[in-house]
Design a protein around this ligand. Structure first.
Ligand code: NAP
Length: 235
């Protein structure tokens, strides 16, 4: 957990980054755990930006059409293969899958430079684990399930179906609120988010990830400045 001073320093450094699209260094090998609406869409956008992507799920043989549609930078594998392949992991599974993913792959995930957490807890879909995660806050709950992972919450509350169109915008970029504790992971996530057409806005440490779920004021499509204004009212 960063101190308040460290967090403010990170926020100030990120705020000073230029607004113009700025490529992440790389390319980075990206592994998606989950390749449905959000994993498939974001993996496709990052492949389009030049990053090799391995999509994974419990049924990788079913990902052939996705891989073919994304093109030569895409492949599919098991969850273990995608995590082994990846420098950056995108978590895009129903929240109820996270305890098992933590048990089976926690150590491998803790070795990654960045784990992007798109997962939202919904009691109606995920059961008891979602009730616990909502009470704890989605960011801190994922951190407890994946100890040591350099987590950044992002892409939690804009519909996957909207992402390709928003990503094509040349101006009036949509802001992407993010929360995390690790300065290097935040910087890496910010570069990757910028590369696919969104303006990252750090709203605070991972504990603030509790505000990054559908149905909160930060959900939906906002500009960078709107997100900053909204985030200033939250604690
Ligand atoms: N859809 C959106 O617009 C959206 C937006 C923001 C955030 N989110 C969040 O993103 C997460 C994924 O949502 P989604 O809409 O993309 O769901 P989805 O379309 O149902 O896709 C879920 C993916 O996860 C895989 N999966 C499920 N259990 C797994 C496990 N135990 N191990 C590995 N892979 C597993 C599924 O494949 P198999 O079943 O074949 O394993 C599938 O590829 C959710 O937490 C959701 O709340 C969604």
């Amino acid at each position: 957990m960063p101190t308040r001073r460290e967090f403010l320093l990170t926020a100030a450094l990120l705020a000073a980054l230029p607004l113009a699209p700025r490529a992440a260094e790389g390319p980075f090998r990206i592994g998606t755990v989950g390749a449905g609406r959000i994993g498939g869409t974001l993996g496709g956008l990052w492949a389009k930006a030049g990053h090799p992507v391995m999509f994974s799920s419990r049924h990788p043989a079913e990902l052939k059409d996705l891989v073919n549609s994304v093109g030569p930078l895409a492949q599919a594998g098991t969850v273990a293969e995608a995590i082994a392949f990846a420098e950056v992991v995108l978590l895009a599974v129903p929240y109820r899958a996270l305890p098992q993913i933590g048990k089976e792959h926690g150590a491998a995930l803790a070795a990654k430079a960045l784990v992007i957490d798109t997962c939202n807890p919904f009691a109606s879909r995920d059961g008891e684990i979602a009730v616990w995660a909502r009470a704890k806050g989605a960011g801190l709950a994922t951190a407890e399930l994946l100890p040591g992972a350099r987590l950044v919450r992002a892409f939690n509350a804009i519909g996957a179906g909207r992402l390709p169109e928003l990503a094509r915008r040349k101006s009036d970029r949509v802001g992407m609120p993010i929360a995390g504790d690790d300065a290097k992971a935040i910087a890496l996530a910010s570069g990757l988010i910028r590369e696919i057409g969104f303006e990252p806005v750090l709203i605070g440490p991972l504990a603030m990830g509790r505000h990054l779920v559908p149905g909160t004021p930060l959900a939906g499509e906002h500009t960078r400045d709107e997100i900053r204004t909204l985030a200033a009212t939250l604690n």
